[in-house]
Design a binder for this molecule. Structure first.
Ligand SMILES: *Cc1c(COP(=O)(O)O)cnc(C)c1O
Length: 226
């Protein structure tokens, strides 16, 4: 990993992605090692995930608690240092299951969920980092808190003692993501938050140039989902 791979000669999707991450980081004067690649394995089974584990990838993301419960305990038994991130919407009644299985949660977006997570962490004696998701394009059907509600929600997260890792967003599809990434970065600055979970297969390079600390990449690693 010390010699940046060449994206042309890289022999696996993971090696290619790592090479592209390094290329994107350079002009932004960032180090690729400072950016966490979360391999989003939703809909894929163990047979697709194992090759990535064998190649050294250890941080994975899922969007559903039940799906992750079905496939990860076995994989984690083989690779105990795996870190599992929840990137999909979370119902409050699944907060305890989520805290038990996952090592980070990217979709904290409302007061009731903060309360449920604080309770679950207290009960399980396990505190895991959380990202507050922002509905950055103000889209009706999307998860995430409204920009106007962000300061109050962050205050609540801090007062509840949840480890605050950063902000997360999924920008509107089909339009240029850069302005939304820049806005998330600005909101993080204004609110004294460090981490930025942003960028997916189609736009992770832009996200890296705009300050992403965590990128969430699925199809570029696993192929298109069916
Ligand atoms: C599926 C998903 C991703 C990965 O998307 P790709 O386009 O496959 O890279 C990232 N973030 C979230 C929240 C997702 O649900």
């Amino acid at each position: 990993m010390t010699t940046p791979n060449d994206p042309i000669t890289a022999t696996s999707p993971l090696a290619r992605l790592r090479a592209h991450m390094a290329l994107a980081a350079k002009p932004a004067r960032r180090k690729a090692e400072d950016i966490t690649l979360i391999a989003i394995s939703k809909t894929y089974g163990g047979e697709a995930i194992l090759p990535l584990l064998q190649e050294g990838q250890r941080v994975f993301g899922e969007n559903r608690v039940q799906e992750a419960q079905a496939k990860w305990p076995e994989l984690k038994a083989q690779y105990p240092d795996v870190q599992l991130h929840l990137v999909g919407q979370l119902q409050s009644n699944k907060a305890e299951d989520a805290v038990a299985l996952f090592d980070a949660i990217h979709s904290v977006d409302r007061p009731s969920l903060v309360i449920a997570l604080a309770k679950a962490m207290e009960k399980l004696g396990r505190r895991i980092p959380v990202f507050v998701q922002v509905n950055i394009g103000a889209e009706e059907q999307k998860g995430g808190c409204a920009i106007a509600d962000l300061p109050a929600l962050l205050r609540q997260v801090r007062e509840a003692g949840l480890p605050l890792a950063g902000l997360m967003c999924v920008p509107p599809a089909e339009i240029e993501a850069a302005p939304f990434f820049a806005l998330l970065d600005k909101l993080a600055d204004e609110n004294g938050v460090e981490g930025l979970s942003m960028g997916m297969s189609g736009d992770f390079e832009t996200a890296i140039q705009l300050g992403a600390t965590h990128i969430r990449v699925g199809s570029a690693l696993f192929g298109a989902r069916g």
